[in-house]
Design a protein around this ligand. Structure first.
Ligand SMILES: NC(=O)C1=CN([C@@H]2O[C@H](COP(=O)(O)OP(=O)(O)OC[C@H]3O[C@@H](n4cnc5c(N)ncnc54)[C@H](O)[C@@H]3O)[C@@H](O)[C@H]2O)C=CC1
Ligand SMILES: CC(=O)C(=O)O
Length: 317
């Protein structure tokens, strides 16, 4: 951790005061990472009501070194001067819609929000959470003009957490001791890097409990479909992505160098998608080259090709 970093000097802006944005803000209050959280939404009635509600949660939760996190409403311009901008602004999927169905609506929102935030501080990191996450990350890099490594997406961090949770139940090992990654698109073309799954450095196949066999296809499908199942029942997902977004903010602000599957620009593949990266104060420190099997490499290429098609088809306003 960078000893120079202190929560007393740092600000995180959250764009979008809806289900996800407010849950991100709550996580940042309960597990303080910065001294201030600035909520931004053109719907100022919702924004201010969320600020009041969240303000009640700050009372007994002091930041590191004392003093509570300050939550307040703010403008896009102010967001451009924050250490991190988490972008959850945009439409969410209705039952039966895919993430990519949101592209037209959310690209327009992203463009106007990014223009409204300019000029950015030169060290601001943008974290895209709104969907379709990977395609929006590509366009946020283009619109913001910030170095590509500073504009990232939550990507398959959430899918990887879901995969670890499912594996944890099947093999009765705590999820935090399972190293397993979903790669590629945060969406339909995602793939599981099965050849690299380890438990305490032991390859998965070599440490299954007796009488346990894993149906890998079914597990990958359950991982991918988890969001749709939740959306069908309650209309949205929010808590998982909020906790993980707050943890990404912590990795960045405290220069923690954690390895996470995060959506970022991958030169060889010509798009933004998730591969494990080292996260630091300026976003991506470096990408890690996973020793994937040939068929996994092909699935990753297919995911990249799907994403490039979406980028090519996107109608910019
Ligand atoms: N990456 C991931 O794993 C996840 C992504 N999401 C995505 O997050 C996004 C937000 O979802 P919810 O919070 O449930 O939606 P919501 O509808 O509850 O909130 C969206 C908010 O964005 C605001 N907004 C619109 N234009 C804006 C602008 N220019 N600047 C700032 N705010 C603006 C709206 O006024 C609204 O309050 C959706 O695209 C959803 O698909 C949701 C869950 C997980
Ligand atoms: C909505 C969404 O992208 C998710 O929960 O994975």
């Amino acid at each position: 951790m960078d000893p120079e970093v202190s929560t007393s000097k740092t600000r995180i802006a959250v764009l979008g005061a809806g289900s996800v944005g407010s849950a991100v803000a709550l996580c940042l209050i309960l597990n303080p990472v910065s001294s201030e959280v600035v909520l931004v939404d053109p719907n100022t009635a919702i924004r201010d009501a969320q600020v009041k509600d969240l303000g009640d949660a700050t009372t007994y939760h002091g930041a590191v070194g004392g003093g509570g996190v300050r939550i307040r409403g703010g403008t896009h311009k102010e967001a451009g001067q924050c250490d991190i901008v988490v972008i959850s602004a945009g439409a969410k999927q209705r039952h039966g819609e895919s993430r990519t169905d949101l592209l037209g609506r959310n690209l327009a929102i992203l463009k106007s929000a990014t223009n409204d935030m300019k000029p950015f501080r030169e060290d601001t990191v943008i974290l895209i959470v709104a969907n379709p996450c990977d395609v929006l990350t590509y366009f946020a890099q283009k619109y913001s003009g910030l170095p590509k490594g500073q504009v990232i997406g939550s990507g398959t961090f959430l899918d990887s957490a879901r995969l670890r949770g499912i594996l944890s139940e099947k093999i009765a090992v705590d999820a935090s001791s399972i190293d397993a990654y979903v790669l590629g698109e945060h969406g339909e073309s995602q793939m599981v890097a099965w050849s690299c799954v380890t438990i305490g450095a032991v390859p998965l196949d070599q440490c299954l409990p007796p009488n346990v066999t894993l149906d890998r296809k079914a597990i990958a499908r359950e991982t991918k479909d988890k969001a749709a199942k939740i959306i069908e029942a309650k209309g949205a997902t929010a808590y998982g992505i909020a906790a993980l977004s707050a943890s990404i903010c912590k990795s960045i602000l405290f220069d923690q160098r954690n390895v996470r599957p995060i959506s970022h620009w991958v030169d060889e593949l010509g798009c933004c998608l998730s591969l494990p990266v080292v996260l630091g104060r300026r976003g991506i420190v470096r990408s890690l080259n996973m020793p994937l099997h040939q068929e996994e490499k092909e699935l990753l290429l297919k995911s990249a090709s799907t994403l490039k098609d979406f980028i090519a088809q996107a109608k910019e306003v």
